[in-house]
Design a binder for this molecule. Structure first.
Ligand code: SF4
Length: 429
């Protein structure tokens, strides 16, 4: 199955896997996987997320998501007390009581996720066994699953990957002889609707999404499933689905015009659709996206950008900003390099791109201070100190919360990077 070759290789682009990778180990500065609850609870509308954690975890969730709650929230934290942490109380009994109370009070909950944290991992609370025990007690009325959002050695988007891996194990079997396309990684509903229209025009279907809008309607998976990753951080989920017989389509990610065209082209190729049909279906949205992108390309062209390792979106976004917006890549830092998930992206980066994996925060900040890129993409906690040093920043988490995939969002995506540069210019006048 191929699909990588839809776009001609750019002059100076690296061949796949040729790019040297600089590995860094040291102090890291990223959000933990609990942050994923902020977008997952909005996407999966019948699910509830119960974090088993500390007051710090509760505070993180409240400050990240609480301000956006208008209805009764679909997440909470069961706070482990000192007695629990000291091993003086039976956490399982307490957990059973909290879950029973929650489910009695909220009969609308169809799927309950028990979300592990650093404290629950440190005291080795076995949430998977607890989920099985509680599911049995519910006799099928509520599905109870466990996953970890702990910040120990993970980055914030991995919370979605561990959540989807838990769901992957629950998905029904795709009947033998049937085939379907499964898009993996959360997308805004509006983007899903746009892609659905394009897949329909291409003649690809049925198309399912993971995560689905309702956890009660999990998509099927089996040997006839073709996987198309929409987010680069779903490597564990892809592995779990491959184990169930699915085949991963190699493709770049649908960021920008080029990425979206290649992503759709790879799906069409895997489905056996004539490339001429892909050209015909995508011509109008590409023309529209090119018109929208032109003004931002003018603003971004020649500007220098650095990514600190944070979201796992750094490589595909760097590719988009370099190839479609003319930006120069000073450094692309990734929390970890998943070569299988990045196979079609690495070859699209320029040969001289500096790619770093992992983090040694002080060294990385020293490089930023020395090289002074026009724009640095980083986590919330680093943005203010860098701005105080007269460096312009972009919060990486905004790229997860905003609809940025697909042709119709290509200009919006570029605008997210042009905005802080324009703000800085206005302040300087
Ligand atoms: S899971 Fe760990 S890193 Fe995340 S808020 Fe809780 S204690 Fe902090």
């Amino acid at each position: 199955m191929s699909g990588d070759g839809v776009f001609p290789e750019a002059p100076g682009a690296a061949g796949c896997n040729e790019l040297p990778v600089q590995r860094e180990r040291g102090q890291r500065h990223v959000f933990c996987g609990l942050a994923g609850i902020v977008w997952l609870h909005r996407k999966i509308q019948d699910a509830f997320f119960l974090v088993i954690g500390s007051r710090t975890c509760a505070h993180l969730l409240q400050s990240a998501a609480g301000v956006m709650i208008f209805a009764e929230p679909r997440f909470a934290t069961a706070v482990l007390q000192d007695r629990d942490l000291a091993g003086m109380a039976d956490c399982n009994e307490e957990l059973d009581r909290v879950v029973a109370e929650l489910l009695a009070r909220r009969p609308d909950i169809g799927t309950l996720f028990l979300v592990g944290s650093c404290p629950s991992e440190v005291i080795k609370l076995d949430l998977e066994t607890a989920a099985e025990r509680l599911s049995e007690a519910q006799q099928g009325r509520v599905r109870i699953l466990a996953y970890t959002g702990s910040g120990i050695e993970t980055t914030f988007t991995q919370g979605e990957d561990t959540c989807l891996t838990a769901l992957a194990e629950q998905m029904p079997d795709l009947p033998a002889g049937e085939r379907s396309l499964l898009v993996v990684g959360s997308l805004a509903d509006i983007v899903e609707d746009q892609f659905n229209r394009l897949f329909e025009e291409l003649g690809i279907g049925p198309v399912h999404y993971l995560p689905p809008r309702s956890a009660a309607e999990l998509p099927p998976v089996g040997s006839g499933t073709l996987l198309l990753a929409a987010q680069p951080f779903v490597g564990e989920t892809a592995a779990a689905l491959i184990k169930r017989g699915a085949t991963l389509i190699k493709a770049p990610y649908p960021f920008g015009i080029e990425g979206t065209r290649a992503w759709l082209g790879a799906a069409a190729d895997a489905w056996g659709i004539d490339p001429a049909r892909v050209d015909a279906v995508t011509a109008a949205p590409i023309a529209r996206a090119e018109r929208g992108l032109a003004r931002y390309r003018e603003q971004l062209e020649g500007k220098r950008i650095a990514f600190l390792p944070d979201s796992q979106l750094e490589i595909p976004l760097g590719r988009f900003l370099h190839r479609e917006c003319g930006m120069q890549l000073v450094e692309i830092g990734v929390p970890y390099l998943d070569r299988r998930m990045m196979a079609s992206e690495l070859g699209l980066l320029p040969r001289d791109a500096r790619l770093t994996e992992g983090q040694d925060l002080e060294r990385q900040l020293d490089r930023i201070r020395e090289e002074r890129p026009d724009l640095t993409v980083c986590g919330l906690g680093l943005a203010n100190p860098l701005e105080a040093e007269d460096l312009t920043t972009k919060w990486s988490i905004e790229l997860i919360f905003t609809p940025v995939h697909g042709f119709d969002q290509a200009a919006d995506l570029a605008e997210l990077f042009a905005r802080p540069l324009n703000r800085r210019r206005r302040l300087a006048i």
